[in-house]
Design a protein around this ligand. Structure first.
Ligand code: XMP
Length: 497
């Protein structure tokens, strides 16, 4: 038998400190997954149904990261989530949703609920602005069947001309005490709109990750089963910036062929393919059109892949190998899963990953899907693997090549118990808002870079000198010789929670 190489996990290594002339607050933590996907915080949220829907994607993009919206939803629902993120805030709205004077007022209510906005410009058949209708106009009793023109404000509309800047728009809205400022060309046609709320957000979240038009970045997952091409097309139409082909084994012919097909069909969309855990896996994905490759087979907190199948690669070694191949080919690599502390993020970035994807650390926040659960006087949120039986029944079985056994299939109808799960579900302690979690993660990254004297993430990877730690080193690294540990926002005793 040939010699068996050793592979390492985050806990097996530490970064040696180095001479440093930089303070944590001065380091640059930005990272580019692609020329159009520039993050100001190298963090992605997992494409999982208990982690990323529109609220998570919005919250994370505001902090500079990127949310990947899960696909355990109908095509329409997932596309609407993407659209919701892209429309959520941009300072300037290029293509505002509009109403026609003859539209029923009920349509205004529906659109307000759908887009979670407070009003719309009203245009005629030529696109000329004829009024504005907001929830203020609709506070009165509304006659059933009445039309938009009966309620809209038409006189004294405050508008501005094309070319108005964000700060000019803010001044005009403050002077006239209006919430919306339609932009109208010399022919009276509506060409865009500012909203006060969005402008405030631009000031409140200066590090937000945005596209060239100032809209928050948004990614979304697709599988490879029936209907996946239609799903991808709908997501592209909704404005998605990055499509993620989500599979537990990206180094598989069917996945790679589908990647090539999607790249041909949507050459302008950034394509992420995964998951793989070797340099060969990265090369195969890149050969089939991947711009970004996701790394991780079995490290996730809810994953049982390694135990169920005997297959996987400890995450630190997987990242080292994959990042090396990625750097040679010019593709970005994302370290996906297994992150428990901010120090793990630093190790992944120092090993060469472009950014890090987390599920567990974000699943307990306000912005993850699902309600708080109370147990024993403490607050929790539910978290589950996409390979758990429940999640596979809800749509993710194709991630584990078991779509034929999932709900609705003929085989499942005959023998419903045959899904072979590769994940579990459970409860996580409530962790507050996404902003609170990312502040701790970002703080940890900055401090780690400070210890190494690294000015930016490329410098971090260049300077990194890893050492192996023994079980003794691990014990020494964690809290020890203390009976009661008060909770810290960035530390949990291993095995607790
Ligand atoms: P963390 O450790 O952040 O990991 O919870 C999230 C990542 O785990 C992957 N994932 C799974 N892997 N079985 C698996 O083997 C599963 O059921 C499962 N669900 C999610 C996924 O890559 C995610 O980003």
């Amino acid at each position: 038998m040939t010699e068996i190489p050793e592979a390492l996990s985050y806990d097996d290594v530490l970064l040696a400190p180095q001479a440093s002339a930089i303070l944590p607050r001065d380091v640059d933590v930005s990272s580019a997954l692609h020329e159009r996907i520039r993050l100001n915080l190298p963090l992605l949220s997992a494409a999982m149904d208990k982690v990323t829907e529109a609220p998570m994607a919005v919250a994370l993009a505001r902090q500079g990261g990127l949310g990947v919206i899960h696909k355990n939803a109908s095509v329409e629902a997932q596309a609407a989530m993407v659209e919701g993120v892209k429309r959520s805030e941009s300072g300037f709205i290029n293509d505002p949703v509009t109403l026609r004077p003859d539209d029923p007022v009920d349509r205004a209510f529906d659109l307000m609920a759908h887009y979670r906005v407070s009003g719309f410009p009203v245009v005629d058949g030529d696109g000329a602005l004829v009024g504005i209708i907001t929830n203020r106009d609709l506070r009165v009793d509304i006659e059933p069947g009445s039309r938009v023109h009966e309620h809209m404000t038409r006189d004294g509309l405050i508008t501005a001309e094309p070319g108005t800047t964000l700060s000019q728009a803010r001044d005009v809205m403050q002077v006239h005490r209006v919430e919306k400022l339609p932009i109208v060309d010399p022919d009276g046609r509506l060409t865009g709109m500012f909203t006060f709320k969005d402008i405030e957000k631009v000031h409140k979240y200066p590090n937000a990750a945005k596209d060239a038009r100032g809209r928050l970045l948004c990614a979304a997952a697709v599988g490879t089963g029936p209907g996946s091409e239609e799903r991808a097309a709908a997501l592209v139409d909704a404005g998605v910036d990055l499509l993620a082909i989500d599979s537990a084994h990206g180094h598989a012919t069917g996945i790679l062929e589908f990647a090539g097909k999607l790249k041909d069909r949507h050459p302008d969309v950034v394509l992420m393919v995964g998951n793989v855990a070797t340099g060969d896996g990265v090369r195969a994905c890149a050969d089939h059109g991947a711009d970004v490759v996701k790394i991780g087979v079995g490290p996730g907190s809810i994953c049982t892949t390694r135990v169920v199948t005997g297959v996987g690669m400890p995450q630190f070694t997987a990242i080292l190998e994959a990042a090396r191949a990625g750097a040679e080919l010019g593709v970005a690599t994302i370290a996906d899963g297994g992150v428990r502390y901010s120090g793990d993020v630093v190790k992944a970035l120092a090993a060469g990953a472009t950014a890090v994807m987390v599920g567990n650390l974000l699943a307990g926040t306000d912005e993850s899907p699902g309600e708080l659960v109370l147990a024993g006087g403490r607050r929790y949120k539910e978290y589950r693997g996409m390979g758990s039986v429940d999640a596979m029944r809800a749509g993710s079985a194709d991630r584990y090549f078991q779509a034929d056994k999932a709900a609705g299939s003929a085989a499942e109808a005959r023998e419903p118990a045959k899904l072979v799960p590769e994940g579990v579900s459970g409860l996580l302690p409530y962790r507050g808002t996404v902003g609170e979690v990312t502040a701790q993660l970002e703080g940890g990254i900055r401090s780690g870079m400070g210890y190494l004297g690294a000015t930016d993430l490329a410098d971090l990877a260049d300077r990194a000198r890893f050492v192996r730690q023994t079980a003794g080193g691990m014990r020494e690294s964690h809290v020890h010789d203390l009976d009661v540990v008060h909770e810290a926002p960035n530390y949990q005793v291993p095995g607790s929670g």
